[in-house]
Design a protein around this ligand. Structure first.
Ligand code: IVH
Length: 727
């Protein structure tokens, strides 16, 4: 018995070590060694063993990243060393003045600086005791932060434990921790695992994850986050760690303290040490021997800002020598040895010409700002989201106002505020916005449900709702019926004019043409369109070829996997990820349809609100009938095994390969190309490094192409890429 237990313990230890190794390869180094499938197998095995032997679960086990239950609130945490802020400089002159102050203060002409990217997120501190992460804390006011440990633990690139040997400094000076002056990164002293190790860094949401999250929120008719920083900080303060785990926050570490002191002689050395210890440190950084070199870095990064895959708002410049940092000291707010060089924000001012109202999939009325077109970060902007009536009230915005708009994370811009000063003398040009009491699409009265901010059209036959539902169903992430675009959907859901044998419209007594029911009233109707091929061909901008194309795509979509179907149904709160979780937990739509609210809520990562929404949807008789008709039409409603999915044409010939995309491709959208790569087992990353296998080059490539040439990485034009994809 005892030996059995020892065996289990040994296997658990081995699995944990292996998983930690692969976590680092994947999340920190972007250099995976095994497939996601193999990784999941390891994780499943470990979970199973821990379930059978709960006494062997330890807090740093990879299975313990996500806590199961929402927290009640966050306790306060007093920082051992205050987390200071930074002074800003907005121009080259200000940067030069700061350099002069530093040189004067140091009494030296030549100072070494480290230039780092100022990633736009929120700063956190992770505290390790005996090598294990015990706390994760926000900055708060710099003195007192919030203990958000369960949330910080979900950041996959942040190790839950530090490998002893990885963080060990070369011995020699024993435990005495004295530093030399400004020498090379001569590490003095031995960090013992008994010391408290504090690692600080910036938590952020990658641009792509930000886009995904906002698209998901839009589908659920929730107001999107204004920018990745708000999204990251809102996420970090969520009381439910499962929500946090579902949003892929990441971190760049930029500082380390041991028992409250900087352990290394230089900042550059500290960054290097952190990276070697398995922490994610931004590879884009520069060791500069003059402020001119710093300025060159700032300029270069200003040009490359759009290609990073995350938002930055400037560059942080720090004095490299730890001793000199101490000598220069800090004010109560910010250190004198560091400064933030800020880039201009991506904002513009324009006139709000009108506010129109859109009707979404579940009937939500969304006000949209119609703007005087204005150039913003390279594109002309003429519309911006206003989210809902409350938001309009909060902003106090009137039609005719000058407004400040902001674009962050490469998405639709947002109205940030009204320029009040431009109202003077223009009162007559302004008029308030009034939310319509009737649906602009179908004319039915709209309702505002208790506890909700949104007005809704509850008419299930509202054409705007049907259109929006079909758009999601056909979308690339759902059933992938690419030929079913907005223009075609519009025609399919509109009532049809009836014609006589001579091709003349049949008129009713009042002289109006007789209208027949639309070709499509719900998803299931799509699968009977074949019978109406002639009518389809006769539609505007269709023709035989496009009609057959769409019909073939609809046909093919019958074989999609369960997750795509569940997502495509458009159940409120069920985004792509939740759909995948549900498809993993249930064998079929039938099984899911019969699940109780309690059963649903028990599923890991599914909260009570989502459970209720799913349960409600499947208990609506109209929806149950729809599922029956989809099944009758031959649409797959069951989970497929991995083998089947592979047989369905998903060749995983890019397994372990890393791609970078640059420039505009003719035949693919960026998301489309990415998906094709990922379906074959490859990964798409945002910057070109030694580990990149292929750079796919479209029109107008950016600096990534130069970088690829510099590193001798294989580049593919669109034709070569197509060939690699298999024609
Ligand atoms: S150093 C005393 N380094 O900028 C040193 N901060 O405006 C203070 N930030 O609160 C922090 N990237 O949230 C540092 N590479 C970086 C940073 C960085 C982003 C943020 C951080 C800080 C704020 C100060």
């Amino acid at each position: 018995m005892a030996t059995d237990k020892a065996k289990v313990r040994a296997e658990i230890d081995h699995l944990r070590e292996t998983i930690r190794h692969h976590d680092e390869r994947y999340y920190v180094l972007s250099e995976p060694e095994i497939s996601d499938y193999e990784y999941d197998e390891l994780m499943n095995r470990l979970r199973k063993l821990e379930e059978a032997h709960p006494e062997l679960i330890s807090p740093d086990s990879p299975t313990q990243r996500v806590a199961g239950r929402p927290a009640e609130g966050f306790p306060e945490y007093r920082h051992r060393v205050p987390m200071l802020s930074l002074d800003n400089s907005y121009s080259v002159e200000e940067l030069k003045e700061w350099d002069q102050r530093v040189r004067r203060g140091a009494g030296r002409e030549i100072i070494e600086y480290v230039a780092e990217l100022k990633v736009d997120g929120l700063s956190i501190s992770a505290i390790y005791k005996n090598g294990v992460m015990t706390k994760g804390v926000t900055r708060g006011d710099g003195t007192i932060g919030e203990d958000v440990t369960p949330n910080v633990r979900t950041i996959r690139s942040l190790p839950l434990s530090i490998r002893r040997e990885a963080f060990q400094l070369p011995s020699g000076a024993g435990k005495k921790r004295r530093r030399e002056h400004d020498g090379p990164a001569a590490d003095l002293g031995l960090i013992s695992m008994e010391d408290e190790i504090e690692v600080r860094g910036e938590v952020y949401l990658p641009a792509e994850e930000f886009r995904r999250l906002n698209a998901e929120r839009a589908e659920q008719e929730l107001p999107p986050f204004a920018n990745p920083r708000n999204a990251a900080s809102g996420t970090m303060k969520s009381l439910d760690a499962r929500v946090v785990a579902g949003r892929k926050l990441d971190v760049f570490c930029y500082d380390v303290l041991v028992d409250g002191r900087k352990p290394l002689a230089t900042h550059w050395g500290a960054l290097d040490r952190l990276a070697r210890a398995g922490f994610r440190v931004n590879p884009t950084r520069a060791l500069c021997s003059s402020i001119e070199e710093v300025m060159a870095f700032c300029e270069k990064m200003g040009d490359e800002r759009d290609d990073l895959g995350y938002e930055i708002d400037g560059v942080v410049v720090k004095v490299n020598s730890t001793a000199l940092q101490e000598e220069l000291g800090s004010t109560s707010k910010a250190p004198r040895w560091a400064v933030a060089y800020k880039y201009p924000p991506r904002q513009a001012t324009t006139i709000l010409r009108d506010i129109t109202v859109q009707v979404g999939r579940i009937g939500t009325l969304t006000p949209v700002a119609e703007l005087e077109p204005v150039l913003l970060a390279g594109t002309t902007v003429s519309r911006a989201s206003l989210h809902n009536e409350d938001q309009i009230r909060r902003l106090g915005v009137m039609i005719g106002d000058y407004v400040l708009i902001e674009k962050a994370g490469e998405i639709i811009p947002q109205v940030v505020k009204v320029i009040e000063s431009k109202r003077t003398g223009r009162k007559a040009e302004l008029r308030p916005f009034v939310m319509p009491r009737h649906c602009p699409a179908c004319g039915e009265e709209v309702v505002r449900l208790r506890g909700e901010v949104a007005w809704r059209c509850v008419n299930s036959a509202c054409p705007a709702k049907i259109r929006a539902g079909l758009k999601l169903f056909a979308s690339r992430r759902a059933m992938r019926i690419e030929g079913l675009g907005e223009a075609l959907i519009e025609q399919l859901v509109s009532p049809r004019i009836d014609y006589d044998d001579e091709g003349k419209p049949i008129l009713a007594k009042d002289g109006e043409p007789v209208k027949k029911a639309p070709l499509v009233a719900d998803f299931a109707d799509l699968y009977h369109l074949k019978r109406h091929r002639d009518e389809l061909i006769a539609l505007e901008r269709m023709g035989e070829k496009s009609a057959d194309n769409v019909l073939a795509q609809i046909d093919e979509s019958r074989d999609n996997d369960l997750a795509r179907l569940i997502y495509g149904l458009g159940i409120r709160h069920v985004g792509e990820r939740t759909a995948q979780i549900l498809a993993g937990a249930f064998e079929s739509v039938d099984e899911l349809m019969e699940a109780s609210e309690e059963q649903l809520a028990e599923i890991f990562e599914i909260g009570p609100v989502v459970a209720e929404s799913i349960h409600e949807w499947f208990h609506e008789p109209r929806n149950r009938e729809l599922i029956g008709r989809l099944k009758e039409a031959g649409v797959n409603t069951e989970r497929k095994s991995t083998g089947e999915a592979a047989a369905a044409g998903e060749r995983r010939n890019f397994e372990g390969k890393q791609f970078v995309l640059t420039g505009k491709l003719e035949g693919f959208t960026r998301d489309g190309a990415k998906e094709l790569i990922e379906r074959r087992g490859g990964r798409v990353t945002s910057s070109v490094t030694k580990k990149t296998d292929y750079v796919v080059v479209g029109d107008d490539p950016g600096s990534k192409l130069d970088r690829a040439r510099e590193l001798g990485i294989m580049t593919l034009d669109e034709t070569a890429f197509r060939e690699l994809l298999g024609g």
